[in-house]
Structure formats: C-alpha cells, structure tokens
Design a protein around this ligand. Structure first.
Ligand SMILES: Nc1nc2c(ncn2[C@@H]2O[C@H](COP(=O)(O)OP(=O)(O)OP(=O)(O)O)[C@@H](O)[C@H]2O)c(=O)[nH]1
Ligand SMILES: [Mg+2]
Ligand SMILES: [Zn+2]
Length: 332
C-alpha cells in the first residue's frame, strides 16, 4: 500500500501491517525495481501485530508504470505496478499542456495500463473555454477517454467513478497542485489525503503529497495517489507506444517510400509532405520526433550500460579463473 524509506505497509484480508524486506531480498536486489512498489503483490511472513511482517518476494508484475529516475542517475523508477488504468491529470488553467500530455500517454501506453485523461478545475473557466480545451486534449489523446471535471463543484465525479469498478487498480499522475489528492478524497468520500491549503495555492515547487499511497474505495476499487511530478522522462519505451500515441502519423507513414523511414530527411516521405502541406499538425509532428528520439536514446544508453555491466562481470570472472589456476599451480 505504501513505501516510505524501505518501510512498507501491506494489506492482507482487510488489515494493514507494517513490513520490511528480508535480508536475502535486500542482498539480491540489483536495481531499485527489485524492491517492492506500491501496487505489488508480495509473498510475506506475518508474525503478530507488533512485529513487522517480512516480505520475501514480489509476484510477477502484470503492468508497471516506470519513468527515468530524475537527476543524474541513469536508472528506472517504478511509479506503481499492477495498474489497470492510469488517470493522467492536468488542470485546465496554466498546467494544461498538450505536449506534456502526449509524453504522459506514451509512458502509460508502455506500462500496459489504459490511459484516461482528466482535466481538473473546470469551475475556473467558462463553459466555452472548457469545451475548447477538452477538444484540443481529445485531438492529442489518440482516442483515449478525456473527461473535464471539477472537484469543487462536484461535476463529472460520478463519471470518473465508473472507471473504477471493484477489483480494479488505478493510479493518478500529474504535476503538483493539479488536484490528484483532492479527487482521491472525493472518490473515497473521506479526507484520506492531505491537500494543498488554498492560501498556499501558488506556493511553487512545494509538493503536498510526498509518497505513493494506495487506498481502498467503498466499492472495493483500489486507487493510488502519487506525489506531483516535475518531469516524466521516458524509460525503455517501445516505438509502438509512441506510434500508438500519434495514430494519424502512423496512418500517413504507410505511404512513405522507405519502410524504415524516420520522417526527418528522406525523399518522398509522406509525413514530411503532410507537414509541409499543412494536413498534419506541425507541433504534433515535432512532439512525435522528440519522443521517438528520446526513446531511442534511452534504448541505446541502456544497451551500453548492459554492455558495461557484462564487461565488468567478464573481467571479474577472468580474475577468478586466473586465481583458481594460481592456487592449483601452487598446490601442485
Ligand atoms: N477550483 C478548483 N480547485 C481545485 C480542484 N481540484 C483541486 N483543487 C485545488 O487545487 C489545490 C491542489 O490540490 P491537491 O489535491 O493538493 O493537488 P495534488 O495534485 O495532490 O498536488 P501534490 O500532492 O503536490 O502532487 C488545492 O487547493 C485544491 O483545493 C477543482 O476541481 N477546482
Ligand atoms: Mg497530492
Ligand atoms: Zn516518412
């Protein structure tokens, strides 16, 4: 249910327990993804209610939402696992950004979960502006559902609930301050999460939610709140996840002269022609190229990281073998 500095909370038969991972698991962990994440099903040993349970293993993850860990490290960060639907939230005010929306859709598509786009704070805009922005988001959302709502005036909350039937796990992601925790409170029907005070509404760079946390809805649906993200760097994204986010480009690309056309310089590129003639939105095209390049960069970088790891291992093995012969020789 939650992870906080390697202390976990798990849910078993309706009861919550504190838990830690076993020494063996700690020892075997190679990357951060080898540690439990919110949404994971784990094999545990329960003691009594006073001692923490011990987590021995993680069951295979059905879906996993990941990103590149922020900062200098080149590492995968698991946001949540076993998610059926990821709600991507943007607020209809300054936070609204179609290019960011496309990036989020690619990451969610890659996770295996269904992206659903929620546009919050509809109460702050005129009906007309809400409609215009909702349509813009729909054009960028590759056919995935887009819902504008207001937690303040309680509009379209029931519609959002229909996406979370019992035994469904959903997760909310988006920038800080868009209203993720406010919506979770509305869905749970209780103030389970702290939300930003109105007088701090323009406090920049402050995150109200600081760690990921899972809640059970009255109907049995599971919802995961996450801290606001400043950036969502792609991690090991398949080119099909990008292509699926830009279906109109994939449709046009079938007419390119070369089947492996990169749509950047090739002669008779149908995509470039469509941009030049104005039938394809230039900003969509640029966004597509940017995300493809980012995905390729990550793929090449993680390949070279793997290669380096392999080389280091081989070197170590070489040393071990050398030592072995030395010892044997000495014995003879
Ligand atoms: N007007 C209006 N304000 C809203 C709405 N939803 C949330 N807010 C306000 O937006 C502010 C931020 O809401 P939070 O729910 O704390 O945002 P968050 O996405 O959880 O932010 P982090 O936890 O920092 O990631 C609060 O002051 C909410 O009251 C809405 O639909 N309309
Ligand atoms: Mg929050
Ligand atoms: Zn092309």
């Amino acid at each position: 249910m939650s992870e906080h500095r390697e202390m976990y909370t798990i849910l078993f038969e309706g009861k919550e327990y504190k838990a830690e991972i076993s020494g063996q698991m700690q020892f075997n962990a190679e990357t951060r993804a080898d540690f439990p994440a919110v949404g994971d099903y784990v094999a545990v040993h329960l003691f009594d209610e006073f001692s923490p349970a011990i987590i021995h293993g993680i069951l295979p993850r059905r879906t996993k939402l990941t990103r590149k860990a922020s900062g200098q490290t080149f590492e995968e960060q698991l946001i949540a696992s076993n998610i059926d639907i990821v709600f991507i939230i943007q607020s209809l005010d300054e936070n609204f950004n179609l290019r960011r929306l496309e990036r989020y859709i690619v990451a969610v598509k890659e996770s295996g979960a269904l992206p659903v786009i929620l546009l919050s704070k509809a109460d702050l805009l005129s009906q007309n502006d809400v409609e215009t922005k909702t349509n813009e988001a729909k054009n960028a959302a590759a056919g995935f559902p887009v819902i504008s709502y207001s937690a303040k005036s309680q509009s379209h909350i029931e519609e959002i609930k229909t996406f979370i039937p019992p035994e469904t796990t959903v997760c909310f992601i988006g920038s800080s301050g868009v209203g993720k925790s406010t919506l979770i409170n509305a869905l749970v029907g209780e103030e389970v999460m702290l939300t930003r005070k109105v007088r701090e509404a323009d406090a920049r760079g402050r995150h109200t939610t600081t760690h990921r946390q899972l809640f059970v809805l009255p109907n049995g649906g599971l919802v995961i709140d996450t801290p606001g993200m400043r950036e969502l760097g792609l991690w090991n994204v398949d080119s099909s996840a990008v292509a699926d986010t830009f279906p109109e480009i994939s449709n046009i690309a079938v007419n390119c002269r070369f089947t492996d056309c990169t749509h950047t310089h090739e002669p008779n590129c149908a995509v470039l022609n469509a941009v030049n003639s104005g039938t394809l939105d230039k900003s969509r095209y640029e966004s597509y190229i940017k995300l493809v390049k980012e995905a390729e960069y990550i793929a090449s970088k993680s390949d070279s990281t793997k290669q380096q790891e392999r080389k280091a291992k081989e070197k170590q093995l070489g040393k071990t073998i050398k030592n072995y012969y030395k010892i044997r020789k000495g014995k003879k």
